[in-house]
Design a protein around this ligand. Sequence first.
Ligand code: 5GP
Ligand code: ZN
Length: 133
Amino acid sequence: MDCLFCKIIAGEVPSDKVYEDEDTLAFLDINPVKPGHTLVVPKQHFANLEEITDEQLAKVMSTVKKVGESIKNGLGVEGYNVTENNDPIAGQVIPHIHFHIIPRKEDDGIKLWPGTPYEEGEDQEILSKIRIF
Ligand code: 5GP
Ligand code: ZN
């Protein structure tokens, strides 16, 4: 399969590794939103959250937690965002699931999405479509 992140995992494409274990790899994003922006991937190829197994996802999130702590301590930042762009419509360019860890500081200029309150009854209509229990 012609997957860039599989090639990075295999060492065929170089990367700046932050952490590696049997199941996961963390490496610097080549085009960081902020310095230290790191990507965490499972070593097995899964396209997105629908494909990845719960077991592998738990391992990836454990690495996200480790690397997040290392970024906080090492860079002296106050926090970080963890994001996963799930599918092309959401901005996913590389179809090998990955979590972005983006270091955050006071007044760093990053704006998150704006929210808009629900219209009367809209929340219940949405809920009836997506509620799982
Ligand atoms: P996505 O948009 O799929 O959520 O994120 C893909 C990320 O991969 C982008 O932030 C992009 O900068 C990063 N990226 C693309 N190509 C490479 C590469 O060859 N090496 C590394 N380290 N990061 C890459
Ligand atoms: Zn892959």
